[in-house]
Design a protein around this ligand. Structure first.
Ligand SMILES: [Zn+2]
Length: 224
């Protein structure tokens, strides 16, 4: 009887330890990232940010949340997989590097890692040199983001903050222009902007509420 009691206590302690860690399950599903994409990444950082970064490495200080506005995991993955920017996106200009993000979260909360966390992904104008991108499948009227995605984003943020303590800021893509003129902003062309609405204030607020223990910093003010 006593042995059974100790066995139950041991089991409960073990389960609590596992729950307490809240380590998210991350599924690696790499997009194409051959030498040409690496070279385009380096070139992008050099041309747009005047940064010489060997292998396109970044030091993460911010996380930017997105939605794909594409209603399936496969189609979202297929948008980021090609190394070259598709011809239908001329607004993104001269450099042929395709857009991407470090993580893609499906509607059921499954987290996919698409590329190394410390390499630059092209997902937010002016801030790619320090920002990790999390894309969420959906965001259309027929397929809004889900509570499971909110939970997965929060768990992923806890994992990232632990791994990269220098991450201090969390924004939604729709907020990125608020950073223009601050010490974080590096884009050299003031005319290079696109209008963004993803993923909206409500989603960011819900994720922030679940991660308030991470003590996100207020955004810096533009330099005078
Ligand atoms: Zn976005």
């Amino acid at each position: 009887m006593k042995q059974l009691f100790y066995a139950i206590v041991f089991l409960c302690t073990g389960l609590m330890a596992v729950w307490g860690q809240k380590k998210p399950i991350i599924v690696d599903r790499p997009i194409s990232f051959g030498p040409e994409r690496v070279s385009m990444t380096q070139q992008y950082m050099k041309e747009r940010y005047l940064i010489d970064a060997p292998s396109g490495k970044i030091s993460p200080k911010m996380v930017v949340l997105h939605w794909t506005a594409i209603p399936s995991l496969e189609a979202s993955f297929n948008a980021f997989d090609p190394e070259h920017l598709p011809a239908y996106r001329p607004e993104l200009g001269r450099n042929g590097l395709n857009v991407s993000a470090h993580f893609l979260v499906d509607q059921d909360g499954t987290i996919y890692r698409l590329m190394p966390e410390d390499m630059m992904a092209r997902h937010v104008i002016g801030l790619n040199h320090l920002a990790i991108g999390i894309e969420n499948v959906g965001g259309t009227a027929d397929m809004p983001l889900t509570p499971l995605q909110i939970k997965a984003n929060a768990e992923l943020l806890k994992y990232l903050k632990k791994k990269y303590p220098e991450i201090k800021y969390l924004i939604g893509h729709h907020q990125y222009t608020e950073l223009e003129g601050t010490e974080l902003w590096k884009e050299i062309d003031p005319g290079y902007k696109t209008t963004k609405t993803d993923p909206g204030d409500r989603f960011v607020w819900l994720v922030k509420r679940k991660t308030r223990k991470l003590r996100w910093h207020p955004l810096p003010k533009p330099k005078q």
